[in-house]
Design a protein around this ligand. Structure first.
Ligand code: 5RP
Length: 299
């Protein structure tokens, strides 16, 4: 037999060193296969187990939302500051440079516009296309209590089945109708349903009372949805309270890209998520960065 390995170096078998089984620390995710775990580890920073996702998918049902009229100009420069970008495949293909190293989570549901019943959604993308686009996850709306509740839950379970086949995490987004009560009781129900039916992680809204019961009764990670634009300090406080209440990160849109200084705002949110800064300290950071950016522009 010819010897392919003709190195003269001594073999290093280390028979006395037991091989370690490195545990996968993300909540509820230890039983997945390698591809799924790798995609999750790219989305949730392995050191903190947390993520700052930048949500810019709004156009899929409400057109050119304020702040997203020109994603090439307003959002692409923010991408280096996020851990993952949540967008539609249309925006990804047309505007996001493929050189980006950031993980992409793709919006995979849609159908009705703001002019119609929003819960009347379908799955809007093949898993093959998500793979072709090298996505690290797909996101889908689930309308618990909505008019098309069963359909939207089934949309999610279908996507989960496809995701399991291909190692693609599915983020379930607990959508709330205009007239629905947003309280911990509702979000406990919605988040737990999504997790039980297979969502890899869940995006949900923060509630002032008992948010920690929403996170603790959900066996998979929760990322906090941002919601309508509010003053910067209020948004930072909400992000802080959500993280301290057990959220594994945020998926924020309008409170970042509609801020007076989006780049400063996303960096302040990062400080809250990844280094547990208080909202007061994060606001100071926001103001300092905003001033610095203002000076740069003036030059
Ligand atoms: C609606 C969505 C969005 O389209 C979007 O991601 C919301 O982001 P934000 O509320 O922070 O602007 O998921 O449920």
């Amino acid at each position: 037999m010819p010897e392919a390995d003709d190195s003269q170096k001594e073999k290093q078998y280390h028979p006395d060193v037991p091989q370690k089984n490195v545990p996968f620390p993300l909540k509820g995710s230890g039983s997945y296969d390698w591809g799924m775990k790798n995609r999750l580890a790219r989305t949730f920073e392995p050191e903190t187990g947390r993520t700052v996702m930048l949500a810019v998918d709004h156009g899929y049902f409400q057109g050119p939302t304020t702040g997203l009229e020109r994603i090439d100009l307003s959002i692409v420069p923010l991408v280096p500051h996020c851990d993952a970008l949540f967008c539609t495949r249309g925006i990804l293909r047309s505007l996001v440079p493929p050189q980006t190293q950031k993980p992409i989570v793709l919006r995979a549901s849609g159908g009705p516009s703001i002019l119609k019943e929003l819960s009347d959604e379908e799955i809007s993308m093949d898993m093959e296309d998500a793979l072709r686009l090298n996505a690290c996850g797909v996101g889908i709306q689930v309308f618990v209590g909505g008019e098309f509740e069963t359909r939207s839950v089934h949309n999610m379970t279908k996507l989960v089945n496809l995701g399991m086949r291909h190692g693609m995490p599915v983020m379930a987004v607990t959508a709330v109708g205009k007239d629905m009560k947003r309280d911990a009781q509702y979000f406990r129900l919605a988040c737990r349903m999504c997790a039980e039916l297979g969502a890899t992680y869940v995006k949900t809204y923060y509630v002032d009372e008992d948010f920690e019961t929403v996170t603790s009764s959900c066996p998979v990670p929760i990322v906090m949805a941002g919601g309508k634009k509010m003053p910067e300090f209020a948004a930072l406080r909400m992000a802080y309270d959500a993280i301290q209440g057990g959220a594994a990160g945020v998926d924020m849109g309008r409170n970042i890209f509609q801020s007076d200084a989006p780049s400063a705002m996303i960096q302040a949110v990062r400080a809250i998520v990844h280094t547990n800064e208080t909202p007061e300290r994060a606001l100071e950071l926001y103001r300092a960065l905003r001033a610095r950016l203002g000076r740069k522009k003036a030059r």
